[in-house]
Ligand binder design. Sequence first.
Ligand SMILES: Cc1ncc(COP(=O)(O)O)c(C=O)c1O
Ligand SMILES: [Zn+2]
Length: 366
Amino acid sequence: MSEPNHQLRCLDCSLKQPPSVSDLHCAKCGGLFTVEYRDAPDGSQPRLPVDDPLTVNSLGEGDTPVVSLERTAESLGLEWLWAKMEFLSPTGSFKDRGSAVLTTMGRDLGVTEFVEDSSGNAGASLSAYAAAAGLKAHVFAPASAASGKLDQIQVYGASLHRIEGPRQAATDAAEEFVAERGLVYMSHNLSPYFSEGMKSVSFELVEVLGDELDHIVLPVGNGSLLIGMVRGYRELKEAGAIDRVPRFHCVQAHAVRPLVAALNGEEWSPEDALPTQASGIATSDPPRLPEMVDAVQATKGSGVTVPEDSLAIWQKRLASTEGIFAELTSAAAFAGLEILIESGTIDRGASVCVPITGSGLKEPLS
Ligand SMILES: Cc1ncc(COP(=O)(O)O)c(C=O)c1O
Ligand SMILES: [Zn+2]
């Protein structure tokens, strides 16, 4: 067998270890891993941890359209507003990019059955990709998740474990189940492989828009899209394909705001979390928080919170003025964009992109 093209490096103590989907924590200090490649990036396509790009477990994810939102731009007084239509992915969210990479790694490293926990979209996505790769998936999700997401997890053949309580309860239950059954915990939030799949979003944006983008505004929970996109832009810059990286602005619900609080030096703890309808970003204790803070700060970005009532307002506004039915979590990014423009963080002459991360079709209307 040929040498793997990467190794895992502990984010805290830099310990290196061979590729693995089951080792989620550093054996020395308990830290999380990042992927470190042998070769430098060449900027033509994102580096991926898989042995052979032709054997990726793919359902046709990626290459989502970039659409100009002229009406919304005009109403916000913005020069350019682009939507990256991630909700057009095979299972209706951007998560498919990460699932393709993570399930390929699992399959190639000999996994046949795995456990995952999710607010809904990642579970649905990993269930579909598990089916395509012939893997058995156990997905732990909040019982309160939208029925469309729970149905989706089941129709792909995964075992759905509905867990009462907040999002964190599903993680705790998954970890217990793993300990009891001795199964592989292929957590998309703890594994460094999932976010590697998100780098392609940045490559696609550069392909369509060059380096004209000034800002990217996105909803952030566990940070896979943020971390992966920033890493994608870094590869492009390191390879000399672009001169500058857009500023990344993270949007969270005011009710659950660990990242925004950390960025703004606000005291906030997971116990302060309140219920929110933005279920995809209702993550009160994200395990990669320091990595998320670094990613935002490296791009001179910012964090902003949005009130609950702005979610449905922006969902309806996007649907009725642009013909785009985004899920509430995704609509939050537009509510955040509006605040960032009002506060002057984003100036009106700027070019902005918002990834529309998930489809409104999975949720009942609020
Ligand atoms: C629609 C949607 N947008 C954004 C996010 C946030 O992604 P991440 O947890 O990678 O920050 C999620 C996560 O579940 C989601 O479902
Ligand atoms: Zn370590």
